[in-house]
Design a protein around this ligand. Structure first.
Ligand SMILES: Cc1ncc(C[n+]2csc(CCOP(=O)(O)OP(=O)(O)O)c2C)c(N)n1
Length: 380
């Protein structure tokens, strides 16, 4: 894969390069505050820039689905604060010493923030042969990056919660006796409707067996809708996070539209999982700004709170950035997304001959029924 391993670019450098800002603002605060939580201006601006990039690729993706450059869109506009704050805190790498990621289909921001180039998103969206995750066969946002422990995303909701204890078990067995601050954990993400599936309960159950607890950060992004089902019609008014109570598990519900609160909520939960080698259920309340997917039109819903617009205003009000710099960063993000799409559309689609490529792995079965991929004797 391209060298995507670099740390997120420093916001100050980005601004200085573009001439958008030559000197620090005289009145710049040292921190951005929300309630009792604070973020340094440096981190807050990094979060903001990554949120802008995420929004830019999502908006471009929706356009692609409407213009025929792509066939289906699903994604995370409204979940940028959550995705970015999580992506920036992942211990990225390969193997049990690093975090395993079992993601949902709305997590582009996590991947971009971790360093995935935008084109690795648009290639899958446009179903190109160059799509590194699935060779143009899967829906957008269904990432798979073995080098970063990103387990293939599935459209069948919630199965990631049944798989997460598996990677966490490996981490528990091979983990250190004295875990470091950054010890690898398993991170699993899903929506609130999916928590009605048995897989979610299996995760609660398997991660909390007495004496055999597993380091799983269970994340529920609660946008209050299934596809069209209103949460209030299928669930009591109690938080989803309360599901942790009978399991004696740590839990919290946070405002996922507030990047400062989200950063610290994720930080608290992660630190606990890393240090204690036990699970934590974190529910983040987020917005769904564009309908469930392109299948329902992906129309913009202007009644939902927009974390990005609110954070932009907060940073401007605090004197951490000005409107010119915001405009420059937005232009930069949009240009990056446009470049990814232009490049993607020049690349080949899979052919009919590619159907069987990478589909079946060689296995012991082959020695008994060579070249028979159905598993049935004599079947073609
Ligand atoms: C096992 C299963 N049942 C049903 C579906 C159809 N389906 C796709 S997305 C979705 C809603 C999921 O809602 P939620 O878990 O809240 O996640 P969100 O899409 O809101 O992020 C459903 C029911 C599916 N993909 N898999």
């Amino acid at each position: 894969m391209p060298d995507a391993n670099e740390d997120p670019p420093d916001i100050e450098d980005a601004l200085l390069r573009r001439g958008a800002r030559s000197t620090p603002y005289p009145a710049a605060p040292s921190a951005i505050r929300s309630g009792r939580d604070t973020l340094s201006v440096e981190v807050a601006l990094t979060v903001f820039r990554q949120m802008l990039r995420t929004r830019a690729i999502e908006e471009r993706s929706i356009k692609m689905s409407k213009s025929g450059e792509a066939y289906f869109w699903i994604g995370g506009p409204g979940e940028e604060a959550f995705n970015v704050c999580l992506g920036l805190q992942i211990n990225k790498g390969h193997g049990p010493a690093h975090d395993y990621l079992h993601l949902h289909y709305r997590n582009a921001g996590i991947m971009l923030t971790m360093g995935m180039p935008m084109i690795d998103h648009t290639r899958q969206l446009a179903m190109r042969w160059t799509d590194r995750h699935s060779r143009g066969r899967n829906f957008v946002g269904h990432y798979s990056i073995p080098e970063w422990n990103v387990i293939p995303v599935t459209s069948v909701i919630e199965v990631q919660f049944a798989m997460a204890p598996g990677t966490a078990l490996v981490q528990k067995r091979h983990g250190q006796k004295n875990p470091t601050e950054n010890e690898g954990i398993t991170v699993v993400v899903g929506g609130e409707a999916g928590t009605a599936e048995g897989d979610f309960e299996s995760c609660l159950n398997w991660t909390t067996r007495p004496g055999q607890e597993l380091p799983v950060l269970m994340l529920v992004t609660n946008n209050r809708y299934g596809i069209s089902t209103d949460l209030d019609t299928v669930h009591t008014h109690r938080p989803i996070a309360d599901r942790a109570i009978p399991y004696g598990m740590r839990y919290e519900t946070i405002d996922g539209n507030d990047p400062v609160a989200t950063w610290h909520g994720i930080d608290r939960a992660m630190r606990y999982c890393r240090r204690e080698r036990k699970p934590f259920l974190l529910e983040t309340m987020v917005s769904r700004l564009h309908g469930h997917s392109s299948s329902s039109g992906a129309q913009r819903n202007w009644n939902e709170a927009d974390s990005l617009a609110a954070f932009e205003q907060k940073l401007i009000d605090a004197g951490a950035i000005d409107t010119n710099a915001v405009r420059a960063l937005k232009d930069e993000a949009k240009a990056e997304a446009d470049r990814a799409v232009v490049e993607t559309m020049k690349e080949p689609e899979p052919t009919r001959e590619d159907v069987y490529a990478f589909t079946y792995a060689e296995s012991a079965v082959d020695t008994i029924y060579p070249k028979d991929f159905t598993g049935l004797p004599g079947a073609r």
